[in-house]
Design a protein around this ligand. Sequence first.
Ligand code: AMP
Ligand code: ZN
Length: 460
Amino acid sequence: MALQLFDTYTRSVRTFEPLDPPKVGLYTCGPTVYDYAHIGNLRTYIFEDFLRRVLDWNHFDVKHVMNITDVGHLVSDADEGEDKMEKGSARTGKTAWEIAEFYTLAFKQDLERLNILPPTIWCRATDHIADQIETIRCIEANGYTYQTSDGIYFDTSRLDDYGYLGRLDIEGLQAGMRIDMGEKRNPTDFALWKFSPKDRQRQMEWDSPWGKGFPGWHIECSAMSARYLGKYFDIHCGGEDHITVHHTNEIAQTEACHHTRLANFWMHGYFLQLGEEKMAKSGGGFIRLETLIERGYDPLVYRFFCLSALYRAKLNFTWDGIDAAATSLERLRKAVYEWGAPSGEPDAGFVAQFETAINDDLNLPRALAVTWDMARSSLPAGVRKATMAVFDTVLGLGLMEWKPKTEGAVPADVQALVEERTKARVEKRWADADKLRGQIAALGYDVEDSPAGPVVKARK
Ligand code: AMP
Ligand code: ZN
């Protein structure tokens, strides 16, 4: 089945075809690095990683760009209040630059622990100020901007289809939000460039044709995606909260400058919730990946937990849910381990079922059900293992590398001999297998064969 993806722009499931096959340009909005990521943020990056892996599965040549927002994201999405970075600086006593560096590293570590593939290109907003200024100049030259006492703003009334992505009710918004608009002409207008305050010096500020200041939050994504992926590329992703403001404004900027709607597909991951509330960086209920690790969970348990839900549905976080994921993952890992070495070809029937699930708009719960069916099937263990190797390129659960923690862990050289012996047995080279058993014994270990696979124990 050809890959089908839900596109928020058209609100429909569409067959995915690259604009310039087999290349695929993928842009995913990255973190604002003023604090740690919480597991809600990480759910969005896990969804994007599944997308990336499914594109790889379909033999596309993916160029994946992720930005790091290290300037310009204000406390309120309405361009008011403090810059999140400068606020983080005041909270911790570090400079805004140090904060950005620190939380970027913490973020990358979280991605690694979750087996999330790194993007092809990382790009930082502060490394692309000239690109952003250039994009604002282009929007200005095309007549879409105006200046207020605190910055250069985008005049959203100049764009006929402004708000289409979010299906915004512009007239309702115009009628309802006249108050508190300050010098803005329309409630949905947003800052492209903000001037530095007159009474104090910002840590992050740059010269521009309009005066000293810093870019608005949305412009970085229009500018950097154009630099690395061109004016119109394949897929743009983010969390569901980006639909009505951030992505709506990215589209407006790119339409005003390049006359394209930026990306062919717009995809959004739905929120992780705590009860009725969304998990947010500000506010209580802030759970980090580190919180799970401190409670004794393997980080991949969280990845497995996310697999259990469709990305287009909200997911409720509960500790019971995490416990259930931990139990299932442990069961799957043990089974896969006990099958020994892969042998033969992956089973074509199960691979086809798996592909149908993932190509059906990333139906990972169904792909997981296929995985269990395969695991419990009567296929030879080696074939199951070979099939699992293929599935795990998408699941990303590290199933092929996992080993049980034995009391007094088995040294690597013993483990290597055990694996060689399992291979010999699968290939019915009994004399070799016996010889290897002798070598293992000489190193002080016994290996017993259970129906589930080899069990290694240190000699008492
Ligand atoms: P931020 O670092 O705040 O810019 O957010 C990073 C990403 O996490 C964005 O794509 C957000 O849409 C997404 N996000 C924020 N909160 C949640 C949540 N509770 N569940 C899932 N994704 C979220
Ligand atoms: Zn963005």
